[in-house]
Design a protein around this ligand. Structure first.
Ligand code: FMN
Length: 203
């Protein structure tokens, strides 16, 4: 028996309600903690859960800053088309949250959140030293999606370096029970990726 359902035509919903439904249903979302630098050299780091890996050969990642509100991260990748993706785990979730504060563009979010900058090896933007793993990426494209003046910008980057703590690695395999990644749910809800199970794929 099917459960009773409510159906929403997106065109009839206020944008905020469509957003709330989608971000409440598409969970848990990974969090890209994105490090960028402005043309003036101000370092920035901010969390983006409209984020994922989208290609494996070579590795491409995407994240998506909101279109109507100004985002320093978007301004920065337009000026300096590079970014770091710092992986958020149980150890860094509080610091990640602190970097979501709206700060003036000339204020350094690393200092605000009490985290340490680590130079990248291939690109200008810094890594978060406390992060268990970081990718260094070069911007390939920035595409506006959604309504003019609103919507989002899809930032596509190609990863050129991956740094990860040895304790989460078995060669190039990542030990999921050691990584303890954090997932974003609706509003202020998060989850720990610690309740793991294995499911064999059919042949
Ligand atoms: C876990 C988390 C995920 C977020 N994901 C997004 C996102 O995908 N897109 C977005 O525009 N803002 C997102 N935000 C809000 C931004 O992080 C926040 O507005 C931040 O101040 C932007 O920083 P910036 O102006 O330095 O880029 C998220 C916030 C949190 C806490």
């Amino acid at each position: 028996m099917t459960e009773s359902q409510t159906s929403f035509r997106l065109a009839d919903l206020a944008p905020q309600d469509g957003y709330k439904l989608a971000t409440g249903l598409i969970v848990p979302r990974p969090i890209g903690w994105i490090g960028t630098v402005s043309a003036d050299g101000v370092d920035n780091v901010a969390p983006y859960s409209f984020f994922n890996v989208m290609s494996g050969d070579p590795v491409h990642v995407i994240f998506s800053p909101g279109g109507s509100a100004r985002r320093d991260t978007l301004d920065n990748v337009r000026e300096v088309p590079e970014f770091t993706v710092n992986i958020v785990t149980a150890e860094t979730v509080e610091a990640m949250n602190a970097t979501a504060a709206s700060l003036p563009a000339d204020e350094d979010e690393f200092e605000h959140a009490g985290i340490t900058k680590l130079p990248s090896t291939e690109i200008g933007p810094c890594r978060v030293a406390e992060a268990t793993a970081t990718m260094e990426c070069r911007v390939i494209d920035i595409i506006h999606i959604g309504r003019e003046g609103a919507g989002n910008h899809l930032v596509i980057g190609e990863a050129v370096m991956i740094h990860a703590a040895d304790r989460v690695l078995d060669g190039t395999r990542v030990l999921q029970e050691e990584l303890r990644a954090i997932g974003r749910h609706a509003g202020s809800w998060y989850s720990n990726a610690t309740d793991l199970f294995s499911l064999d794929r059919p042949a």
